[in-house]
Design a protein around this ligand. Structure first.
Ligand code: SAM
Ligand code: DTB
Ligand code: SF4
Length: 331
């Protein structure tokens, strides 16, 4: 057995111990295990908390698109870059609810509403709170991602019945400054703390394929796994190509096996979290997606678009899940 990665069992004899004291070297040792050993560990941990034959389906809607004052170097919606995207105002609640209903009919159990803001203005937040309550009334789980939040704003969203808040750490502390300069990683961690304190479940992950090294991807997992309480949802986005942004020049898709190893490592480090194979699924083969599900990924975004970029067509997703015998809202 490789030093430092022995199976740790808790008093109940199972190994899915939730820890927040991960060392970078431990993450590297897990990631570097022989593939069969890594997959066995990941699957064992996965089966302790989840049905391995089921995945969660979430649907996204951009409720306020483009013109964003942040300089995130990967994003089509930043006002810093010419990506050809037309900015638009906050959508009307009735249109949002109608879209959520269609997403529900298409098999989504969670509806995530995203706004291209640095942070919401209080007036905007009133409208988002109304959207959250209305979507929840359809019987869907709700998620919003609106940028940075104060504790007071998080409390208002909680009162409106919000289930999840998405706010990604995006990458490792070392790589972060290469892609974003207008807000710090600490700003993001502060927002995550406000969301937690307000009693909302946390959705936080990041992006791979921007030109970062494998060490950065692991650094991102260590950051997430060392939050005092693990995010309930961990989206792993493969960068969706956008022309005109700085990341376009540095992007490099990880080797497929490296991607599976990363998912497996995330599964082991955050044993009770739902790991979402998020953006970028349209670039990867069915076989690679299947390996990612075997490694512990158990959520996807469904629908033909994410926010401004593509997602696999729903018939391709339904076909893949059917062939794998995986149940979801879709299949
Ligand atoms: N503006 C808010 C914020 O950034 O906090 C919410 C929306 S923003 C689009 C949510 C997340 O989407 C980002 O943190 C980033 O991780 C991810 N994202 C943005 N553009 C992406 C792309 N082209 N490919 C993959 N993920 C992307
Ligand atoms: C997340 O981690 N991935 C979603 C969601 N959170 C908001 C966003 C993916 C965005 C892909 C780029 C786009 O469509 O503009
Ligand atoms: Fe704005 Fe969010 Fe895009 Fe960054 S990721 S530019 S904050 S919309």
């Amino acid at each position: 057995m490789v030093h430092g990665v022995g199976v740790q069992r808790n008093e109940n004899g199972n190994s899915a111990t939730v820890r927040s004291d991960w060392e970078r070297a431990e993450a590297e040792a897990l990631y570097g295990l022989p593939f069969a050993d890594l997959m066995f560990r990941a699957q064992s941990v996965h089966r302790e908390s989840f049905d391995p034959n089921h995945i969660e389906t979430a649907s996204l809607l951009s409720i306020k698109t483009g013109g964003c004052p942040e300089d995130c170097g990967y994003c089509a919606q930043s006002a810093y870059y010419d990506t050809g995207l037309k900015a638009s105002r906050l959508m009307a609640r009735t249109d949002v609810v109608a879209t959520a209903q269609r997403a529900k009919d298409a098999g989504a159990s969670r509806f995530c509403m995203a706004a291209a803001w640095r942070n919401p203005k209080d007036r905007d937040l009133d409208q988002v709170c109304e959207m959250v309550s209305a979507v929840k009334a359809l019987g869907m789980e709700t998620c919003v991602t609106l940028g940075m939040l104060t504790l007071g704003q998080a409390a208002r969203l909680a009162e409106a019945g919000l289930d999840f808040y998405n706010h990604n750490v995006d990458t490792s502390p070392e790589f972060y400054g290469r892609v974003i300069t207008t807000r710090t990683l600490q700003d993001r961690i502060d927002t995550l703390a406000h969301v937690r304190e307000a009693g909302i479940k946390v959705c936080s992950g990041g992006i791979i394929g921007m030109g970062e090294r494998a060490e950065d991807r692991l650094g991102m997992l260590v950051l997430l796994a060392n939050l005092r309480k693990h995010p309930e949802s961990v989206p792993i986005n493969l960068w969706n190509e956008v022309k005109g942004v700085p990341v376009y020049a540095t992007a490099e898709r990880p080797d497929p096996i490296a991607q599976v190893r990363l998912v497996a490592t995330a599964r082991i480090m955050m044993p009770k979290s739902v790991v979402r194979l998020s953006a970028g699924r349209q670039y990867i083969t069915d076989e690679l997606q299947a390996l990612c599900f075997l490694a512990g990924a158990n959520s996807i975004f469904i629908g033909d678009v994410l926010l401004t970029t593509e997602n696999p067509k729903s018939d391709r997703d339904a076909d893949l899940l059917n062939r794998l015998g995986i149940t979801s809202g879709l299949a």
